[in-house]
Design a protein around this ligand. Structure first.
Ligand code: NAI
Length: 359
């Protein structure tokens, strides 16, 4: 079985933070700062043990490096986990102690929201460190990153339609959306405006009822949504939804959604390609949120217009990845990894070559 150390591949730095008085136990993993400061959210989660937390943070920080690289951002990849139950254990003292751990890294790691952390938390963390993004607009942040994540996913989904049908319009296309949360609901709204037919599923019946009433969507059972006979299956809830059980049941031509880690294993990217299904690599299509919080680091402060314009490039990036996949006869998931690795390698070489050396 794969142990945690096989995941410790090329990470620049891993920091354990403890503050017993504040009840803080956290791990910050910096996969790479080759392209810039390592930006990634803080996951506050009741991990069964520290090994599970370590495995998660190593994996997630690497994914952030690849996401930033493919999005053309001058950002590296990092992630942090706080071990604990966010409902029971989250206090101002804990968040401030966590902010001090981040501050001690001097800007090599920049944090944001993730599972279990919210804009209000980032405002508290931000009292101890400059290196926290994703607070509410009133607190000087850019607010809910679901807005640009959904917009980027919509743009990316249209790029997939263009690739397959020669027309990017969602009009009369049938899209099956799994998960009607912050991202899924906004995605559904964009597609509805364009005239798409929607089928949705969510564990929360109030959310699907809203789609039925306001967007004319059909609702199906949780275990049926991936198998709907639609043009596009759009996962916006869970990771691991593309696996040995679901892939043979897919009836769609395209998989394009925002959920992180959609492929249960790397080989499922190949399985989709073999099935003739166009897969928009998750970390490419869902980069809008990262683009949004990354924009907060701009020297002039956050610009919604600039972040939106950058997010619109997700479509072009996907088309380039699809071309590369064709050229090399590899899956689109593999092609995305190559694009990220090439950019990090090229910028890494450039840095070594061009940066003036200190005397
Ligand atoms: P959310 O928590 O607001 O929404 C998730 C939705 O999925 C909820 O409505 C929930 O009830 C539903 N759900 C949970 N289990 C389900 C199941 N078995 N079947 C169907 N629906 C189920 O989360 P959010 O922010 O909308 O994120 C969605 C996905 O996109 C997640 O995988 C997240 O990691 C990813 N993502 C989100 C970003 C953001 O900026 N919010 C950025 C990049 C990725």
């Amino acid at each position: 079985m794969e142990g945690p150390f096989s995941l410790f591949e090329g990470h620049e730095q891993v920091v354990f933070g403890n503050d017993p008085q504040a009840g803080l136990r956290c791990i910050v993993a910096i996969h790479s700062t080759t392209l810039g400061p390592a930006l990634g959210g803080t996951r506050f989660y009741p991990y069964p043990g520290e090994e599970a937390a370590l495995i998660d943070v190593l994996r997630l920080s690497k994914a952030m490096a690849y996401k930033a690289a493919c999005a053309g951002l001058d950002l590296g990849g990092g992630k942090a986990v706080i071990v604990g139950d966010p409902v029971r254990d989250k206090t101002e003292a804990l968040l401030r102690a966590y902010g001090r751990v981040i501050e001690s890294l001097g800007g090599r790691y920049v944090t944001a929201c993730d599972v279990g952390t919210f804009p209000t938390d980032m405002a508290i963390v931000g009292r101890e460190t400059r290196w926290a993004t994703g607070a509410d607009v009133a607190e000087g942040g850019s607010g809910d990153s679901g807005v640009l994540t959904a917009y980027g996913t919509y743009i990316g989904l249209k790029a997939c339609l263009h690739r397959l049908f020669g027309d990017d319009s969602g009009r009369d296309r049938h899209i099956a959306i799994q998960g009607i949360g912050k991202v899924g609901r906004r995605l559904a709204e964009h597609l509805h405006v364009e005239g798409a037919k929607l089928t949705v599923a969510d564990i929360d019946p109030a959310r699907t009822a809203w789609c039925e009433e306001h967007l004319g969507a059909d609702v199906v059972a949780l275990d049926k949504i991936h198998a709907v006979d639609a043009d596009v299956f759009s996962p916006n809830a869970l990771g691991g939804v593309l696996n040995d059980a679901t892939i043979p049941e897919l009836q769609c031509r395209i998989v394009a959604g925002a959920a992180n880690n959609q492929l249960l294993a790397a080989r499922h990217g190949e399985a989709l390609a073999e099935a003739g299904i166009l897969y928009a690599p998750d970390y490419v299509i869902n980069a809008g949120g990262l683009i949004q919080v990354g924009d907060e680091l701009h020297r002039d402060g956050y610009s919604p217009e600039r972040a939106r314009a950058h997010t619109e490039q997700i479509g072009i990036r996907l088309l380039e990845i699809f071309d590369l996949a064709d050229e090399l006869a590899v899956s689109t998931a593999h092609a995305a990894d190559l694009v990220a690795e090439r950019r990090m390698a090229a910028v890494g070489r450039l840095r070594n070559f061009w940066l003036p050396r200190r005397a």
